[in-house]
Design a protein around this ligand. Structure first.
Ligand code: KG4
Ligand code: ZN
Length: 339
């Protein structure tokens, strides 16, 4: 069985084919970073227009890469939300139209479920049950996952998502968008011992996050220093990253303690952060637990995670009509009732 996956929720056009017997057999990604860079963030209208230009040619490309034709495609999965409404509508319209023309089912996929299930595409794949930490540009959530497609929200960010905090602090330091990889690079030259930034919401019980105070603390540190040297910028990047990573580690340990679960799955763009992976690996080893991540290239937005999640949803009996509907806001726990 071949499932075509289309991801257009934000600033990346991702198209891929998942084959049940072989795994991901084609995976193309076009990042719009250069298009949005001069604005310091994603401009929704520009994103939608670019998705329109890219999606169909990329579908042709992945069919070639997967050495198949449209008649070999058994289902089309697309990101139905959450995300930018115009961007989502491009992927949904293309998927539904092709599904109609090719007489195959279309499957609307939850973007964050796609991120999470990408961990099953890694060599070491997690069994259920597990605690999931979803950290992306739009979400920071801890979930308990006892069985496939059932999600119990344990905690989430009360303000900025982890990736969003990376992006905003990067901007303060004059680094390009997206900020996560730029901060991670700069932090390598920094001294984590020079500043100690707060670990928000770790002093009191609970599994929620808040990153906006940390962002303000970073801004105040920058303002207090005045003119920044290259070393100042690196030290601030290192202190900020250290604080985010440490906060996430504490919350993950707490979630595993609270649920009694032994496996942790980290997904979403921030799960590409090497320092975060290092720290969570150390914690897992210390507590004799297991931690799982998606393959590095599948941590950020991509079509493979959508194709794979669509495949699993299809097996699970998912079906929908030909109406074109997207969900710009869509709590993942609502998937539980979608039987
Ligand atoms: O999952 P994703 O590609 O898109 C959303 O669904 O939001 O995540 C993008 C986010 C951005 O905020 C980006 O700065 C962050 O993930 N990110 C990272 C790293 N790579 C991407 N944050 C920290 N370290 C990284 N290496
Ligand atoms: Zn994403």
């Amino acid at each position: 069985m071949n499932v075509l996956g289309i991801e257009t929720s934000c600033d990346e056009t991702g198209v891929a084919v998942y084959r049940d017997t072989e795994g991901v057999v084609a995976n193309q990604l076009f990042s719009q970073i250069d298009l949005h860079r001069e604005y310091g963030g994603v401009v929704p209208e520009l994103a939608s227009r670019d998705h329109i230009r890219r999606t169909l040619p990329m579908i042709d490309e992945v069919l070639k890469e997967a050495e198949c034709t449209s008649s070999d495609i058994d289902a089309i999965a697309y990101t139905a939300g959450p995300g930018l409404v115009g961007a989502l509508l491009v992927g949904a319209s293309v998927a539904k139209s092709l599904a109609f023309a090719w007489q195959v089912p279309a499957i609307g996929v939850h973007h964050m479920e796609g991120h999470l299930l990408a961990a099953q595409l890694a060599e070491e794949s997690p069994d259920y049950p597990f605690v999931a930490l979803l950290v992306s540009g739009g979400h920071s959530q801890l979930m308990a996952c006892h069985e496939p497609h059932q999600y119990e929200l344990l905690g989430e960010s009360q303000d900025d998502a982890a990736g969003e905090a990376f992006d905003k602090v990067a901007k303060m330091l004059g680094l390009p968008y997206p900020g996560g990889p730029a901060i991670a690079d700069l932090a390598q030259k920094g001294d984590t011992g020079r500043f100690r930034f707060p670990r928000p919401m770790t002093n009191k019980p609970g599994l929620d996050f808040s990153f906006s105070g940390l962002k303000t603390f970073t801004l105040n540190t920058i303002n207090d220093l005045g003119e920044l040297t290259e070393q100042d910028r690196a030290d601030i990047a290192a202190a900020f990253q250290e604080a985010v990573v440490d906060t996430i580690r504490i919350k993950c340990e707490r979630a595993l303690d609270a649920t009694g679960l032994e496996r942790l799955v980290i997904a979403g763009g921030v799960s590409a952060n090497v320092e975060l992976r290092k720290r969570l690996d150390q914690s897992a080893e210390k507590h004799q637990r297991q931690v799982y991540y998606p393959p590095l290239r599948l941590c950020t937005d991509n079509g493979a995670m959508i194709a794979y999640t669509g495949y699993l949803r299809l097996l699970h009996g998912h079906s929908e009509d030909l109406g074109i509907n997207v969900r710009p806001r869509w709590p993942m726990t609502e998937l539980n009732t979608d039987e």
